[in-house]
Write a protein that binds this ligand. Structure first.
Ligand SMILES: NC(=O)c1ccc[n+]([C@@H]2O[C@H](COP(=O)([O-])OP(=O)(O)OC[C@H]3O[C@@H](n4cnc5c(N)ncnc54)[C@H](O)[C@@H]3O)[C@@H](O)[C@H]2O)c1
Length: 343
């Protein structure tokens, strides 16, 4: 909240922060003073919700679920950080409640709003209209310990960070996922790298390469079409057309300006802007779509239904890893010899 959301929120006109809440009163007070000396409280129950139109939540998964449920039932629209709930069952319940209240709830899958990935999404639209292959690299050092009630580092990482990569796969290939295959290499107990393969109903394949074995954060996406094209965003900085009709090409199609203090790079600013726009525009009870002004995305903002779908993919990934003792591989009865042993 302090590093990513509040600073961007403060750059968006047309709203006023009225209260900051954290059970740690000193943190609530600190944030309230950063927000311009507004009201602070230890719980949302202590607030007069008549003064609140919308809430931005960046709290652990269990309170994300409990608080979002409470707030929508009291008529407040919510932006809630991913994963938005501690389990698939909780998200199933939240999805139902949100639907019944008709409130607008947007989930913080910020990479959908990162300018470079949006450009890649647009540029690859035609090749993604037929079965294609999408590779997503998602590396982050954290979590590097069990977190928020999840017992192992690997599972905490998948549920709290890998969920971004699973959401990106669903965004780039909207066709339903029909198969999941997961493999992991674990180093010491707290470091791993792994690969998750998703087969989609239209025949597309998503390959997710993930892990916390790295030194710094990295996101990259590549889209390969059946026409021999390969569009690539190796980082959040640029998009290139590596291959065209199967031949090396190497044309740079997009690069970030980096003169905007990170506004477009991470997506945090644009996603909050989209949330506030939607709250202002939306008559209660109507779902929000692109606003048709030519600037906002033509896809819908990520919802609790998206968080629920991503959570099911996390469950499936963990099931696959557990079923094969963590490696994801079924063993051959007759192992193929290593190359040095051949002959
Ligand atoms: N989109 C992203 O890239 C991104 C990045 C970081 C974190 N997150 C998400 O943001 C959320 C918070 O992560 P964090 O790293 O900031 O955690 P954190 O532990 O640093 O902060 C969470 C805060 O929530 C407060 N809190 C707990 N229960 C509360 C309640 N009932 N009411 C109000 N406040 C409460 C805690 O006291 C703490 O100050 C998580 O869901 C995480 O997955 C998303």
């Amino acid at each position: 909240m302090r590093q990513n959301l509040l600073p961007f929120l403060q750059r968006i006109p047309g709203h006023r922060v009225v209260a900051c809440v954290d059970p740690d009163r000193s943190l609530a007070a600190e944030l309230a003073s950063l927000a311009g000396g507004v009201v602070h409280a230890e719980s949302v129950e202590a607030l007069d919700l008549e003064t609140v139109d919308a809430a931005v939540l960046a709290v652990p998964p269990e309170p994300s679920y409990v608080l979002t449920r409470y707030l929508v039932e009291h008529g407040v629209d919510c932006f809630v950080e991913k994963p938005a709930g501690p389990s698939t069952a909780a998200l199933q319940d939240l999805d139902k409640v949100v639907h019944n209240t008709g409130r607008h709830v947007q989930v913080g899958f910020n990479f959908r709003y990162a300018e470079t990935l949006q450009r890649l999404h647009e540029l690859s639209r035609d090749v993604r209209a037929t079965p294609c292959s999408v590779t997503i690299d998602f590396y982050s050092r954290h979590p590097s310990a069990p977190q928020w009630g999840v017992d192992t580092t690997l599972e905490a990482w998948i549920r709290h960070n890998g969920v971004h990569a699973l959401d990106l796969a669903r965004w780039f290939v909207p066709s339903p996922v029909v198969q999941v295959d997961a493999h992991a290499i674990t180093g010491d107990a707290d470091r791993f790298q792994g690969t998750v393969f998703l087969r989609h109903d239209d025949g597309s394949l998503s390959t997710l390469r993930m892990g916390n074995h790295v030194r710094r954060f990295l996101v990259g996406v590549t889209v390969q079409g059946m026409d021999g094209s390969r569009y690539s965003a190796p980082s959040l900085e640029r998009v290139t057309l590596d291959l065209s009709e199967g031949l090396p090409f190497g044309q740079e199609l997009h690069s970030t300006r980096n003169l905007d203090h990170g506004w477009t790079r991470s997506g945090f600013g644009p996603e909050l802007e989209a949330f506030l726009d939607a709250c202002r525009r939306k008559p209660a009870g109507h779902p929000v779509n692109g606003n048709g002004d030519g600037h906002s995305p033509t896809w819908e903002a990520p919802t609790v239904a998206d968080a629920l779908a991503a959570s099911k993919l996390c469950d499936q990934t963990m099931d696959e890893l557990h079923a094969t003792g963590g490696s994801g591989f079924g063993s051959l009865t007759d192992p193929v010899p290593a190359s040095a042993e051949v002959g």
